[in-house]
Design a protein around this ligand. Structure first.
Ligand code: ADP
Length: 255
């Protein structure tokens, strides 16, 4: 049996007096495609941001790819990790955001090559070769020299996916990547993600309100409410035969 690539153990996340996650535990197996669904404010995005080290945790432990994410071992004890450790761990994970977050003053190609060149010290020629392969994969090789402002929302999001892939992460996090798009642009982004899911063995966590896509994409669906996993299972079980009343109510409203 392989080890989980992500092991979240009893984590607590507070923002001031607000406890968003209160003792959450979950595991993700290598290559698994997971969809996190549930009402707004239930903590789904917070989980992705914690994994990306964009937020810290108030308590608990997280293991990623066999190593502690927020801790290092010192004299046999686990102590909070320094920035260098976080930096190393961050390279295992790529994230795509709702609002693209492309660098507006850099062309598409530079957006994709910047991190590999700056953080991994990859030679420019190698970074550009890889970037062109990734842009080709998302159907945007002809836009390499365009500026973000010249692209549609769907194209920007596909560049953001290529950029996240450029560091060859083992884990990809997608945070409501189609919610800011006009409806006619959603499908082109979902198609890229379908292709990624089918053609790579990357572990993927997806926060989404697109229930149809979650159903097709995910091996496992987790339904969150108020910072807790209320129900989890195979997509067909969660979407067709939800057991918990809260899941049933949520799905009745959204579908
Ligand atoms: P979801 O992704 O399920 O919609 P979030 O993880 O975005 O939920 O948010 C969970 C809760 O945490 C919400 O109540 C939200 O208002 C709160 N929250 C998120 N980020 C912050 C922040 N930076 N400061 C204070 N509260 C926050």
């Amino acid at each position: 049996m392989p080890e989980p690539i992500i092991r979240i153990d009893n984590i607590v996340k507070r923002y001031g007096p607000l406890t968003v996650l209160d003792g959450l535990s979950m595991e993700v197996m290598p290559g698994e495609k997971l969809a996190l669904i549930g009402p707004s404010g239930s903590g789904k995005t917070t989980i992705l941001r914690i994994l990306m080290t964009l937020e810290t945790i108030s308590d608990g432990f997280i293991q990623v790819d066999g190593e502690q994410l927020y801790h290092v071992k010192k004299n046999g004890q686990l102590v909070p990790a320094d920035e260098r450790h976080l930096h190393k761990m961050r390279e295992k994970i790529g994230m795509v955001f709702q609002h693209f977050n492309l660098f507006p003053h850099k062309c598409v190609l530079d957006n994709v090559t910047l991190a590999p060149i700056l953080t991994k010290g990859m030679p420019r020629a190698a970074a550009e070769k890889r970037a062109m392969e990734l842009l080709d994969m998302v159907g945007l090789a002809d836009k390499a020299k365009s500026m973000p402002a010249q692209l549609s929302g769907g194209q920007k999001q596909r560049v953001a996916i290529a950029r996240a892939l450029a560091l060859s992460p083992k884990i990809m996090l997608f945070d409501e990547v189609t919610s800011a798009l006009d409806p006619e642009l959603v499908e082109e982004v979902l198609n890229v993600m379908r292709k990624l899911a089918a053609e790579t063995d990357m572990t993927m966590l997806l926060v989404t309100h697109e229930m149809g896509f979650a159903h097709d994409f995910a091996d496992r669906v987790l339904f969150f409410d108020r910072g807790k996993i209320v129900e989890e299972g195979k997509p067909e079980d969660i979407f067709r035969h939800p057991k918990q009343e809260r899941t049933q109510t949520f799905l009745r409203k959204i579908i």
